[in-house]
Design a protein around this ligand. Structure first.
Ligand SMILES: Nc1nc2c(ncn2[C@@H]2O[C@H](COP(=O)(O)OP(=O)(O)OP(=O)(O)O)[C@@H](O)[C@H]2O)c(=O)[nH]1
Ligand SMILES: [Mg+2]
Ligand SMILES: [Zn+2]
Length: 214
């Protein structure tokens, strides 16, 4: 599960997509928690709704939370039941704060975000596992800055974008990379809106091996 924020520190779509692809390649179910909704202005709320629509559309569980206002906490709690969940995200997005709310008997250190470039300060310094109930375990991790893509070949990358995987069956070539090949269903999908532009751009940047910083 990835905890993300719209505001401080901002999580880019490229980072989210990279995370989802990695999880998908291991067949790990994914969820996105959009925290700090209390900090959003009207325009940012509209932007957030569009993102949620995009990710729900490709089958990712999306939940909005505000740890400060204690909103969305029950929704979030419900997805932890009877499984082991690893929580990831940039430093300072509120991972430890949210876990503390779910299991009040655990009180972890949470940190102020340093103002320097809006980057978090890495309050959590090692991964730690918490037992919430008999079969419910949560692993808190230190904030991550970068996420590399390891051992995913270009010709299998689109398999880990569920919406592309569905369309690629109809590409003319079965080894289509959805770049400049003729009769590419994914490129058609990009034109008619079945594939979102931001997701396709993330795909391209991963193919090019660039943009693994955020
Ligand atoms: N406004 C607002 N602030 C929040 C919210 N959730 C957490 N914070 C604040 O964000 C700061 C960072 O929270 P942490 O829980 O330490 O963040 P983290 O993701 O665990 O950070 P690392 O351990 O460094 O990876 C703290 O000052 C929290 O009080 C929220 O929903 N709204
Ligand atoms: Mg933490
Ligand atoms: Zn194609």
């Amino acid at each position: 599960m990835l905890i993300v924020t719209e505001t401080f520190p901002k999580t880019s779509l490229g980072f989210i997509d990279r995370f989802l692809v990695t999880a998908e390649s291991f067949r790990i179910p994914q969820a996105l928690i959009f925290n700090k909704t209390d900090l959003l202005d009207t325009q940012q709320i509209v932007g957030l709704q569009q993102k949620i629509e995009l990710y729900k559309g490709i089958g990712v569980t999306c939940i909005q939370t505000s740890a400060i206002k204690k909103e969305g906490i029950e929704d979030m709690r419900s997805i932890f039941n009877d499984k082991v969940t690893l929580i990831s995200g940039h430093s300072g997005v509120g991972k430890s704060t949210l876990i503390n709310l779910i299991a009040p008997e655990i009180t972890q250190k949470t940190g102020e975000i340093s103002n320097f470039a809006g980057k978090g300060v890495h309050t959590t310094t090692f991964a730690e596992m918490f037992k919430i109930a008999d079969n419910t375990l949560i692993i808190d991790t230190p904030g991550i800055k970068e996420l590399g893509l390891i051992e995913i070949e270009n010709d299998e990358l689109s398999d880990y974008f569920p919406e592309m995987r569905a369309l690629s069956q109809d590409c003319k070539f079965n080894n289509c990379l959805h770049l400049d090949e003729p009769d590419c269903e994914v490129k058609l999908g990009l034109e008619d809106g079945r594939i979102s532009e931001s997701r396709y751009l993330s795909y391209l940047s991963m193919i090019e091996g660039k943009d693994n910083r955020r």
